[in-house]
Design a protein around this ligand. Structure first.
Ligand code: HEM
Length: 158
């Protein structure tokens, strides 16, 4: 199960990134051309939020009870959390960055339910999603982040 969840967590990053890029392009087009906020826009936001929340839940499980979970592992003797690149990333930077990103996605999606002009919905969701994208790109353990933090592009590929 552990491996399955890790693979799910890995692959969901691509689903989130794809939906985020679509949502950003659509909301940018919507705000620049004053287009109506359609059911299609609503649906993308909803799928994006669901994908982000699934990944968040799996991440929370891994963070607490996974193979490097804070409840199941202890820091190697003599190590201090913020001085150890691995634990600082997986216990602090990655979870914090991603929780902020999921909150931004949720706020972006929430705009569709507000009683505001369509152009304002597009504009606000554009900014929430764009900042979420930047935070995610900055806190994913990309393979080029080095041997300590870096993880594969796709599940199980090394
Ligand atoms: C929602 C956005 C998130 C994305 C896109 C994301 C992405 C990733 C990716 C790509 C990996 C590497 C997977 C692999 O090794 O194959 C990873 C690992 C990990 N993530 Fe996330 N993550 C997210 C949210 C979270 C959150 C909110 C937490 C914790 C609260 C979290 C905790 C972890 C942990 C602990 C690992 C390492 C697991 C292990 O090696 O056993 N993630 N994440």
């Amino acid at each position: 199960m552990e491996t399955g969840l890790l693979h799910l967590h890995n692959i969901m990053r691509w689903v989130i990134l794809l939906l985020l890029v679509i949502a950003i392009v659509k909301s940018f087009a919507g705000m620049s051309a004053s287009k109506p906020f359609t059911n299609g826009d609503k649906r993308i936001g909803l799928f994006l939020m669901i994908s982000a929340h699934i990944t968040l839940l799996v991440g929370l499980y891994q963070w607490l009870a996974g193979r490097y979970g804070i409840l199941t592992t202890s820091l190697p003797p003599g190590t201090s959390l913020m001085k150890d690149a691995f634990y600082r990333f997986y216990w602090v930077e990655h979870p914090l960055g991603m929780i902020i990103a999921v909150a931004l996605i949720t706020l972006g999606r929430g705009q569709s339910k507000k009683n505001i002009l369509d152009v304002v919905k597009h504009k606000r969701s554009f900014w929430f999603y764009l900042i979420a994208l930047i935070v995610i790109l900055g806190t994913v353990p990309w393979p080029f982040r080095g041997d300590v933090i870096g993880r594969p592009w796709f599940p199980g590929v090394h």
